[in-house]
Design a protein around this ligand. Structure first.
Ligand SMILES: O=C(O)[C@H](O)COP(=O)(O)O
Length: 228
């Protein structure tokens, strides 16, 4: 039967520094790389053998995918990298320290920016050092100035339906290595979480989340692989 494994990238350098990251491209830390490797070893130990992988075009997710696959002895697997799985764009918050931002704007406002359904962070200023509009990986793509979770869902779900669902319909085991909020977008859909309840969903780094799906792709209860 089809199986979908979701993993948020291992700890990134800006996770360690507690900075808003979004589309900015940062690497995993040594700890994050170890998390990714351990996730691969866990999947192997539990007998999970992905047939195909999908990830974003951001280094932290790509490296997590590669390290996990290498730990499983499956680095040969076909992996698709696509911007539609990128982290939510954090707009004008990109690069800022999360604690300093909370001190300036208040915890409640930062919680709204980080976890609400449809309130985006302030837009990135044109000419900002975090402007990615000239990054070659986004050639021909309208890089957003900011994204709410609703905006992120609007790009993640169509990609899931067009690229990932066909593999699941073929009965494959699919591994997705992505980001906290692009995965919150997917989990909201798969687990039928309301716009109000999604504010409470957190996704930890490097912990494989499993959906066993029926032949018609109805998802079962999601679970952490480490808990089964
Ligand atoms: O983009 C980021 O800053 C992190 O990857 C996710 O941040 P958040 O947990 O504050 O949404």
């Amino acid at each position: 039967m089809p199986q979908l494994i979701l993993i948020r990238h291992g700890q990134s350098q800006w996770n360690l520094e507690n900075r808003f990251t979004g589309w900015w491209d940062v690497d995993v830390t040594e700890k994050g790389a170890a998390e990714a490797w351990a996730a691969g070893e866990l999947m192997k130990a539990k007998g999970i053998a992905p047939d195909v992988g999908f990830t974003s075009v951001q280094t932290r997710a790509i490296k997590t995918m590669n390290l996990a696959l290498e730990a499983m002895g499956r680095l040969w697997l076909p992996v698709t990298k696509d911007w539609h799985l990128n982290e939510r764009h954090y707009g004008g918050l990109t690069g800022l320290d999360k604690a300093e931002t909370a001190a300036k704007h208040g915890d409640d406002q930062v919680k709204i920016w980080r976890r609400s359904f449809d309130v985006p962070p302030p837009p990135l200023d044109p000419g900002s050092p975090w402007d990615l509009s000239h990054d070659p990986r986004y050639a021909g793509i309208a890089v957003p100035a900011t994204e709410s979770l609703k905006d992120t869902i609007a790009r993640v779900l169509p990609y899931y339906e067009s690229a990932i669902v066909p593999e699941l319909k073929a009965g494959k085991t699919v591994l997705v290595s992505a980001h906290g909020n692009s995965l919150r977008a997917l989990v909201k859909h798969l687990s039928g979480i309301s716009d109000a309840d999604i504010t409470g969903l957190e996704i930890p780094t490097g912990q494989p989340i499993v959906y066993d799906l029926a032949a018609d792709l109805t998802p079962g209860e999601r679970y952490y692989l480490s808990e089964r």
